[in-house]
Design a protein around this ligand. Structure first.
Ligand code: ASP
Ligand code: MG
Length: 440
């Protein structure tokens, strides 16, 4: 496909679908650009949460009945195929009630029904307004993932040919495919979801496969802001981010983007736009570079725990960092952050990982006289922005004084502080690095 006719991919989040008239207006305006258009849709608002609830109570027939009614009510005017999705969901619930606790693949099958219903509903409504929409299920299309149910990754080499052929055929007929987000088909041929919020990732992935002109992630209220507005009243929208900044932002816990969304776009230089359905002025363009050099975005990750390892003879034991990492890796402990000096090694990790970490490090205490202190309750405040190291002198001294550790790259400066200091540290850093930086 030549770049001139490169398609546009428009993804609508669950909350944005509640305002169908705006969605329709958006689709009509975007089609007027004259490019082939692919839509990707999330489940309707609240539906994935309801399905999760059903899975958490696999034996509760009464709850399942109620959830089924709610889900049906959210999808009026389904096609025969859509009604079959509902019937299949009812059968899955019945199987849950009788069978063993659902495993990963079974859970993902249930969860995927939200998007299947959503695209059927949306395609039908768009057709009512003369948009030649066609519902497409990503697993049938051939979007292939690995076998990590609940948090799978798209396998691009395997997905490319089928997705290009399937969508290409519809586009060449002048259709508007409406593709399910959130899941694909695993290597072993089962439904696999991409993790919560995974429709952004699916849209970016499909955009990358099609070499789209751009991928627009349309959200109802949320936008990419300099910080979480619930924590920082002065947070403001960010107009531009580089791929690398956006990736750091997603990894450090900004919930507005699924962490894997950026990479497929970056790999093919496809521009991502995150924008608000309600307010066209609120939009963030994520691309290879940006012109506003003063963008900074902050995140707060908590609750976290910090373990301090005292290593007698520090520098004389050069293998110690490797040994600690290997032990943690063998126990499948994920480190959020690692700080080292010669005799001190600080590990930051999720509270749920502490026990496994302590167990895996116990032999070091016995055999190498390593002393473990903690766990201490901490929060991680991160400032993201290209060239952030030039701003280190602006970090408020109060924040520095309470810090348990720092990590810094030219793009992200992360500070661990005692958990109860987290929100205040976030606000103070925001004032110093975002609000005052703009006014000076
Ligand atoms: N419906 C899924 C979720 O709520 C995927 C998505 O919305 O992106 O997590
Ligand atoms: Mg959703």
């Amino acid at each position: 496909m030549s770049r001139r006719r490169a398609p546009l991919v428009l993804k609508f989040g669950g909350a944005s679908l509640t305002d169908f008239d705006r969605v329709l207006g958006d689709v009509v305006r975007t089609r007027a650009e004259g490019r082939p258009l692919v839509l990707v849709a999330s489940a309707r608002e609240g539906v994935t949460d309801r399905l999760t609830d059903a899975l958490e109570h696999p034996r509760s027939a009464a709850r399942h009945r109620r959830i089924l009614l709610e889900v049906r009510a959210r999808h009026p005017g389904l096609s025969p195929a859509g009604r079959r999705h509902l019937a299949r969901l009812a059968r899955m619930f019945a199987a849950l009630e009788k069978g063993p606790a659902p495993d990963g693949p079974m859970s993902d099958r249930v969860l995927s029904q939200g998007e299947r219903l959503s695209v059927d509903w949306l395609a039908r409504r768009l057709e009512d307004h003369d948009i030649p929409a066609v519902a497409v299920e990503a697993d049938h299309l051939g979007l292939i993932t690995d076998n990590t149910y609940g948090a799978s990754c798209i396998l691009f080499d395997r997905s490319g040919p089928a997705v290009r052929a399937g969508l290409g055929r519809l586009l060449s007929q002048g259709k508007v495919p409406v593709v399910t987000g959130y899941f694909g088909r695993s290597l072993e041929g089962r439904v696999a979801t991409l993790g919560r919020g995974g429709s952004d990732y699916a849209a970016a992935g499909i955009g990358a496969i099609l070499r789209a002109e751009r991928v627009e992630l349309v959200k109802r209220h949320v936008a990419v802001l300099t910080a979480d507005p619930k924590e920082v009243p002065g947070a403001r929208p960010i107009a531009e981010l580089s791929y690398e900044e956006a990736e750091e932002l997603a990894q450090f816990g900004a919930r507005v983007l699924h962490p894997l969304t950026i990479e497929p776009a970056r790999a093919h230089g496809i521009v991502l736009r995150v924008r608000s359905l309600d307010d066209a002025r609120i939009a963030t363009t994520i691309g290879p570079s940006r012109s506003d050099r003063h963008n900074r975005a902050l995140t707060l990750l908590r609750p976290l725990r910090l373990l301090r390892l005292r290593v007698p003879g520090g520098r004389q034991r050069p293998g110690i960092v490797a040994e600690v990492s290997q032990r943690l890796a063998a126990a499948q402990v994920n480190l959020v952050q690692l700080y080292t000096s010669s005799a001190l090694l600080c590990l930051v990790l999720a509270p749920t990982e502490v026990l496994a970490a302590l167990r895996s490090l116990a032999p070091l205490t016995r055999e190498a006289a390593v002393m473990v202190e903690g766990p201490f309750r901490v929060a991680l405040v991160t400032v993201i922005g290209d060239g952030i190291l030039a701003d280190v002198d602006r970090v408020p001294s109060r924040v520095v004084a309470t810090a348990e550790g720092f990590s810094a790259t030219p793009r992200a400066l992360s500070i661990a502080v005692p958990e109860e200091e987290g929100p205040r540290a976030l606000r103070e850093l925001h004032r110093a690095l975002v609000e005052e930086a703009r006014s000076s």
